[in-house]
Design a protein around this ligand. Structure first.
Ligand SMILES: Cc1cc2nc3c(=O)[nH]c(=O)nc-3n(C[C@H](O)[C@H](O)[C@H](O)COP(=O)(O)OP(=O)(O)OC[C@H]3O[C@@H](n4cnc5c(N)ncnc54)[C@H](O)[C@@H]3O)c2cc1C
Length: 400
């Protein structure tokens, strides 16, 4: 158990969703802490980097015994503190009406519908409530917000609306689903087993790695996958962006707010919409972005815990090095479906969950919605629409 007389220090920033999550958990646990915004206090940021061997990751949490946690999950933070806010597995035989896996827009919407109809709903989230949407800076194409809406704001409104009707949210990772007698689904989680009559899988996807030397070594010390989360660390610095699809181009454009220059490293050619291509062309002519087509990134190199350069090879096999302070990788997403590979739930070739027109999977009473569903359009508006549809199908299933 933590010594509450000694102070916990949380280094973070207001734009960081994981910092909001960790601060929220400490507040819910009634544990006092000192919050230091590293954007507003450069001396504190330097101290944080000294303490962490240069690992530029927030939140960084210093416990009273000197133990350092970086970007901990809620379970990791609770375990380090020796406390547990929610004993989810308290009654192992309790059967929920529906458990929703993932706390992104699809699940939060489905939960608004189910709880409003008094269907008892538990959402399990392993990371940040709001999912990918919460990690997106500004969402310009979500209907109803003529000036756009920040991802954090949209996520916050969805969560509050779902909670207003009684949805419960627990920070927990699901590791498998099996079906038992009476069509009851057993979910193994990092916090014990849970039972439900129906399940919604809405686990979205995660960033893909490029698997080159230096990528894992410099992870969070100069190699990043989320521009919204980490872009602000690169004010007036040089960045390489790896990738040439819509999201790489979108993220490169976002990073121009901070970086002095961006090298966009594209393996073949840019495959982005005309609007994005036009914006890139503008920034290329202003000298803010240099596009390297037909270019392989071979390695990320550094010194003293800092990224210094990338080794690249052009289409004629000429190798060269580019001096950069950081590398952002945007080469696509992979479905969060590893926990399903041994189940009877069918996946497509890439690993997305197959459903019928009613969003039902191959396991009776288990539905899928949003980005994880095979054929999904990977948009918040679609995830929200599918969440609503799934809720109505779940109600129908529960009514027998
Ligand atoms: C950089 C970027 C920019 C984008 N910009 C836009 C945009 O401008 N407009 C737009 O419409 N869309 C945009 N999108 C897409 C949009 O974010 C997604 O379509 C949307 O968030 C999908 O919602 P979802 O609920 O299906 O999944 P997600 O939002 O991915 O949420 C899934 C959640 O499930 C959790 N999870 C995964 N596995 C488990 C497990 N085993 N146990 C418990 N929890 C788990 C994850 O932690 C995550 O929080 C963008 C995406 C990215 C990556």
């Amino acid at each position: 158990m933590i010594d509450k007389t000694k102070q916990i220090i949380v280094y973070g920033a207001d734009w960081c969703p994981d910092c909001h999550r960790s601060r929220g958990l400490l507040t819910d646990l009634n544990i006092s802490f000192v919050y230091i915004d590293i954007d507003k206090n450069q001396a504190a940021k330097k101290k944080m980097l000294d303490l962490t061997g240069g690992r530029n990751v927030i939140p960084t949490i210093i416990l009273p015994d000197g133990k350092i946690l970086q970007e901990p999950s809620n379970q990791e933070l609770e375990a380090a503190l020796g406390v547990n806010l929610k004993q989810t597995a308290q009654d192992k035989e309790y059967i929920y009406d529906v458990i929703m896996i993932g706390g992104g827009p699809a699940s939060l919407t489905a939960a608004i519908y189910t709880t409003r109809e008094r269907i008892e709903t538990l959402i399990l989230e392993k990371g940040v409530v709001g999912g990918m949407a919460a990690l997106t800076d500004v969402i310009d194409n979500y209907p109803g917000f003529e000036e756009g809406v920040t991802g954090l704001d949209l996520a916050d409104h969805l969560q509050k609306q779902a909670e207003r009707f009684g949805s419960k949210i627990d920070y927990n990772e699901v590791t498998s689903i099996t079906i038992e007698a009476g069509n009851i689904k057993r979910l193994k989680t990092t916090n014990g087993d849970l039972l439900a009559k129906a399940v919604l899988i809405a686990t979205g996807s995660d960033y893909k790695k490029v698997n080159i030397p230096g990528e894992s070594e410099y992870f969070a010390r100069g190699v990043h996958y989320c521009a919204t989360c980490d872009g602000a660390f690169y004010r007036d610095k040089k960045i390489a962006v790896i990738g040439g699809g819509n999201s790489a181009v979108q993220e490169a454009l976002f990073l121009t707010r901070f970086a002095s220059h961006i090298d966009l490293l594209v393996r073949s050619s840019i495959k982005a919409s005309d609007v994005l291509q036009e914006k890139i062309d503008e920034l290329v002519s202003e000298g803010k972005i240099t596009v390297h087509l037909q270019t392989k990134t071979l390695a990320i190199e550094g010194e003293n815990n800092e990224v210094k350069r990338v080794l690249i090879e052009d289409g004629s096999s000429n190798k060269s090095k580019l001096e950069v302070d950081g590398v952002f990788v945007f080469v696509g997403l992979e479905p969060n479906s590893k926990f399903l590979v041994d189940s009877i739930i069918e996946l497509d070739d890439i690993g997305f969950v197959k459903t019928n027109d009613n969003l039902e999977t191959a396991m009776s009473g288990v539905f899928a919605a949003g980005d994880i569903r095979s054929g999904a359009t990977m948009q918040i508006a679609s995830a929200i629409g599918e969440g609503a549809t799934a809720a109505l199908k779940i109600r129908h299933y529960l009514e027998g």
